[in-house]
Design a protein around this ligand. Sequence first.
Ligand code: NAD
Ligand code: UDP
Length: 329
Amino acid sequence: MGKYDAPRVLVTGGAGFLGSFLCERLLKDGNEVICVDNFYTGRRDNIAHLLAQSRFEVIRHDITFPLYVEIDQIYNLACPASPVHYQRDPVQTTKTSVHGAINMLGLAKRTGAKILQASTSEVYGDPHIHPQRESYWGNVNPIGPRGCYDEGKRCAETLFFDYHRQHELRIKVARIFNTYGPRMHHNDGRVVSNFIVQALRGEPITIYGSGVQTRSFCYVDDLIDGLVRLMNTPDGLTGPLNLGNPVETSVHELAEQIIRLSGSVSQINYRPLPQDDPVRRRPDISLAADALRWSPAISLTVGLTRTIEYFRHHPAIRAYAKRSTVAAQ
Ligand code: NAD
Ligand code: UDP
């Protein structure tokens, strides 16, 4: 326990998109929160509103190096998540997943902390089974451009289960499917942020391929609730557990919905499909529904509306609108 007799929780990647919402939620629940981040894709802005809280602490640290803190729980979220970011320095991406997991598991072993891994639907690769169940072993190209992320996350899962079997660590593994919401990086290339930024700027919406590929989009609040519930399950429940929204949407439908909800005049522009881009993705969440009594509550329309409102007031959009007005004068 921390100095306030509340659990002391470490969140790696706490200044990132999901991490910042998780820190916020854990503080609200009364925990002491230590946010560790090397600010590779995370931003101080994401956590600026939390800095005044006495139960919140930030450490600039790269988890590929050992960390010595006293904690009760670890949420291991550190890792760039968007293809553009994780492919920029693929060796560092693998190191973050693998060396980072070893360091955080070592920390959990020394302190006796419970540890949760933010794994991903990418462990299923371009899946042959639809919807994806946890029992499916996946179809991943180990040497392709997504391999650094997919195989890094798969190896991290292996490490979690080996530490559990060999050292009796208390582990939880969440396989997170595409999640979106405010505080996504405006420039991270992920489909929701890309389309919203393009729609608000009136620029062409870039669909890769024909847009028939599908994803299932979960709003951030639902996802964070799932993570916290999973951490608080009895020790016997390790996962892996799918967390995501089972409503499947094609990239084309997503583009049309964002154009409509934002009142945009943007046209659609088709670009080549990146290598190894998964064709279909939808979680089977029956395990999470049973074990956590959890299912997403926020519809795509409501979630997208909130995210569009966030980006409407984002400096990157405001600065662009100002430049366009000046240019037109
Ligand atoms: P993000 O890029 O916004 O956040 C990742 C955070 O980790 C950033 O703050 C970054 O600076 C930090 N980080 C990266 N490498 C680090 C290192 N070596 N040491 C310390 N900090 C480091 O991404 P996100 O969407 O918030 O994703 C968070 C986690 O959830 C990731 O592990 C990701 O793989 C997983 N996940 C996310 C999604 C999604 O749709 N958002 C889906 C599946 C899995
Ligand atoms: N995508 C797209 N246009 C963009 C960005 C992404 O059509 O501007 C597609 C991408 O090819 C993929 C889907 O949207 O099929 C989701 O991409 P994202 O990078 O968000 O996540 P991931 O592929 O990791 O699920």
